[in-house]
Write a protein that binds this ligand. Structure first.
Ligand code: KG4
Ligand code: ZN
Length: 363
């Protein structure tokens, strides 16, 4: 629909420079420049390298997104940007760019939460989120169960990981198995050749007295490392595909079981799965099976929209505009540990977005 807001979103919280353009819930462009290969030899993301890469990729990626969408920046109704959580230096590049464009084009600026964006992106594929929706958010930095009744204002955490994030566990297990970085996609591929019942790895925090909706993956990771080490010490060949499949089974088993339980306990019949790990083929298949059995409607975006991208930021920005939420001031700061409950950074009133910033500069 032509009257739906046209928003550009910028994502730079980790190693992907993402720029997306959406109109309402329709995706028009999703340009991503990744520095993942620059980090591979270090076995993890190096913040300084990521920041430098964002700086170099920012303007060309914005231009590419505008060209793909076939629009001029002047047509935009707003500019959204990930204000946190994430790597401080990396976030700063995106926030600075968004401010510069908002200032120069005289457009409202929306500093939004990365985690809420991972949920909102599903609107680009499956239409507006039902209210309430349960979200299982699983990425390299987060593993949380979130209940949302309005994605622009109300995201309530029910539980989260007490140690490693699910994606982090995938990355570490991949390292133990010598599979490379980032581990998630490689473990996923390798596991397809393996027997997921070969080894019974522990399911963290699944006892009757454990917190119902929290996760723990550190014990599982250690257990995999010990198992592999014992095989190597005994001079035996490590069945890499079986280990990958059995590890993946343990992670996806806990994630789906807890997510469905959270839906049932809170009387929510829609489950959304987002974040990089939602790209995992076994998680998607298991969630589908278990949700069907439990009478829960499952929504998972396609893998390309699960990993970090700019479209998810644009999706949340467009929703903010559509619901007439207040934009952020131009003195917005990046917050590397922005709490999940803060969907957007506190904004100022419409019509005075830039005035506030001018006054702040003058005082
Ligand atoms: O959401 P994301 O792109 O960045 C963060 O915000 O963290 O998630 C990245 C994480 C990495 O740990 C990566 O290994 C994991 O998502 N990942 C996967 C798959 N694709 C990416 N994990 C399991 N299976 C996959 N297919
Ligand atoms: Zn992410």
């Amino acid at each position: 629909m032509a009257d739906e807001p046209l928003v550009l979103g910028i994502e730079t919280s980790c190693d992907e420079t993402g720029v997306g353009i959406v109109r309402g819930t329709t995706l028009l462009a999703d340009a991503v420049a990744s520095s993942v290969n620059d980090h591979a030899r270090f076995g993890g993301v190096v913040p300084e390298i990521a920041s430098r890469a964002h700086l170099e990729a920012m303007v060309p990626t914005i231009q590419r997104a505008l060209d793909t969408a076939g629009i001029s920046a002047r047509d935009l109704d707003g500019i959204a940007v990930t204000a946190g959580p994430g790597l401080a230096g990396a976030l700063l590049v995106g926030v600075s760019a968004a401010k510069a464009y908002a200032w120069a084009l005289d457009k409202p600026l929306y500093g939004v939460n990365h985690l809420a964006s991972h949920i909102c992106v599903d609107q680009l594929e499956h239409g507006r989120l039902p209210e309430p929706t349960m979200a299982l958010l699983v990425s390299g930095g987060h593993s949380s169960l979130l209940l949302t009744t309005d994605i622009t204002t109300d995201v309530r955490p029910l539980g989260a990981t007490i140690d490693d994030a699910a994606g982090e566990a995938f990355d570490k297990v991949a390292r133990v198995l010598g599979l490379g970085f980032p581990g998630g996609p490689i473990v996923d591929r390798t596991a397809r050749e393996g027997d997921r019942k070969a080894i019974r790895f522990p399911r963290g925090l699944s006892g009757p007295k454990d917190p119902e909706f929290d996760f723990s993956f550190s014990g599982l990771k250690t257990s995999v490392a010990r198992w592999v080490e014992a095989k190597r010490r005994a001079g035996e060949e490590v069945p890499v595909a079986d280990v990958a499949a059995s590890f993946q089974e343990a992670v996806t088993d806990v994630l789906t079981r807890k997510a469905i339980k959270a839906c049932q306990q809170h009387g929510v019949d829609h489950l959304m799965i987002g974040g990089g790990v939602a790209a995992n083929s076994r998680l998607r298949a298991m969630a589908e099976q278990r949700c069907e059995r439990a009478g829960i409607r499952l929504r998972v975006p396609r893998p390309g929209l699960c990993t970090d991208n700019g479209a998810m930021v644009a999706a949340l920005g467009a929703e903010m505009v559509w619901r007439d939420r207040a934009p952020s001031a131009l003195d917005l700061s990046a917050d590397s540990s922005l709490p999940v409950t803060e969907v957007s950074v506190p904004g100022h009133q419409h019509g005075d977005v830039h005035g506030e910033a001018y006054r702040a500069l003058e005082s």
